[in-house]
Design a protein around this ligand. Structure first.
Ligand SMILES: C[S@@+](CC[C@H](N)C(=O)[O-])C[C@H]1O[C@@H](n2cnc3c(N)ncnc32)[C@H](O)[C@@H]1O
Length: 282
C-alpha cells in the first residue's frame, strides 16, 4: 500500500517535471537547439547525407508493412528530415510531429507546408508527454533524440510514453548515439567522429563543446543499455539494423495483446511496471 502511494507521488513529480520542461523551465533543448543551431542544422546534416540516407532508406523498408493509411508519430522531429522522407515514400500516411525546440519546430512546419504535406500532419511544439491523447499510432520514430536525455529515468519515461501511444504490434524506429566509452577503441573512433563533424562544417569551438558534452549534455550509453530501456518499455527485443560510428539504429515491435502471459498486455501495464521499478530503485 505504502509502495503504491510512493509510486503515485513519483509519477506526479515526473509529470510536473515534464510540464515544466514543456513550458521552457528546466529545459536543455532550448539551449542546444537554439535559433543559431537550427539555422545551420540542415546544412551540416546534408554533409553527412550518406548516414541519413541509409537510415531513412532502411526505415522505409522496415515500415513498408504498415497500412497505406498509417499514422506515424515522429518524436523529436527536428527540422523534419524523417517526416519529409517518409511522407514522400508513403503518400497516404499521416504524421504527428513532436518537437520541443521552437526554432527547430518552426523550420519543420515551414518545410512541411512548402512540400505540400501540411494537411497530412499534426504539429505539436512541446514534449511528447504534453501531446493531447489521440488515436493510437501505427509506428513511431525517435531519431537521434534520446541521447539528449541524460537522466536515466527520464529517458526510460520517453520510451514508455512512446509505447503508450502505439497500437499493440506497432513499430518503433529509434536511433541513438551509443558506444562503450571505456572501450580501448573509443579514442580512435572519436577521432573519426570529430573529423566527420569538421568535414560537415561544425566549428572547432563546437567540436570542443561536443567533446565535453559526451557524458554531460549528451548521454552515450552502451548498446545493451539502450536495448534494455527499449525492451523494458514493452517492446520485443530491439533489432540493431544500422551502425555508423556512434550512430546506432534499432527497430522494435510493441508486444501484441495476445503475447505470452507475464508479458505486457497493453502499454499502460508497461508504465505501471516502470513506475514500480523506478520506485524500488530509489
Ligand atoms: C539531433 S536532432 C534530430 C532531429 C531529427 N530527428 C533528425 O534526425 O534530423 C534532436 C532533436 O530532438 C529534440 N529533443 C531533445 N530532447 C527531446 C525530448 N526529450 N523529447 C523530444 N524531442 C527532444 C531536439 O530539440 C532536436 O530537435
Amino acid at each position: 500500500m505504502r509502495k503504491a502511494v510512493v509510486c503515485t507521488k513519483y509519477r506526479e513529480q515526473q509529470t510536473i517535471n515534464y510540464r515544466e520542461k514543456a513550458m521552457g523551465k528546466n529545459s536543455g533543448v532550448g539551449i542546444t537547439f537554439n535559433k543559431e543551431r537550427a539555422s545551420t542544422y540542415d546544412e551540416q546534416r546534408a554533409e553527412m547525407a550518406p548516414i541519413n540516407d541509409t537510415l531513412h532508406f532502411l526505415t522505409r523498408m522496415i515500415l513498408k508493412k504498415l497500412p497505406d493509411d498509417a499514422h506515424v508519430l515522429c518524436v523529436g522531429v527536428g527540422t523534419g528530415a524523417e517526416l519529409l522522407y517518409l511522407s514522400e515514400a508513403f503518400p497516404r500516411w499521416r504524421f504527428t510531429a513532436v518537437e520541443p525546440a521552437k526554432p527547430m519546430f518552426e523550420i519543420c512546419r515551414r518545410r512541411a507546408e512548402d512540400h505540400g504535406i501540411g494537411s497530412r500532419c499534426t504539429f505539436h511544439q512541446g514534449y511528447l508527454a504534453t501531446l493531447p491523447q489521440s488515436e493510437l499510432f501505427d509506428a513511431a520514430t525517435c531519431i537521434l533524440v534520446s541521447q539528449f536525455i541524460t537522466k536515466q529515468d527520464e529517458r526510460r519515461r520517453l520510451f514508455l510514453d512512446i509505447a503508450e501511444r502505439l497500437q499493440p504490434g506497432g513499430y518503433l524506429i529509434s536511433a541513438d548515439l551509443s558506444y562503450d566509452l571505456s572501450a580501448a577503441s573509443f579514442e580512435r573512433i572519436y577521432d573519426v567522429w570529430a573529423r566527420m563533424l569538421r568535414y560537415s562544417g561544425v566549428s572547432e569551438e563546437d567540436i570542443k563543446k561536443n567533446d565535453k558534452s559526451f557524458g554531460d549534455s549528451v548521454a552515450i550509453l552502451k548498446q545493451e543499455e539502450i536495448e534494455s530501456i527499449i525492451s523494458y518499455s514493452g517492446f520485443n527485443s530491439p533489432v540493431l539494423f544500422m551502425q555508423t560510428l556512434f550512430v546506432h539504429a534499432w527497430f522494435a515491435k510493441l508486444k501484441d495483446l495476445d503475447e505470452k502471459q507475464g508479458t505486457q498486455k497493453n502499454p499502460a501495464d508497461a508504465k505501471g511496471r516502470a513506475v514500480q521499478f523506478n520506485c524500488s530503485a530509489q
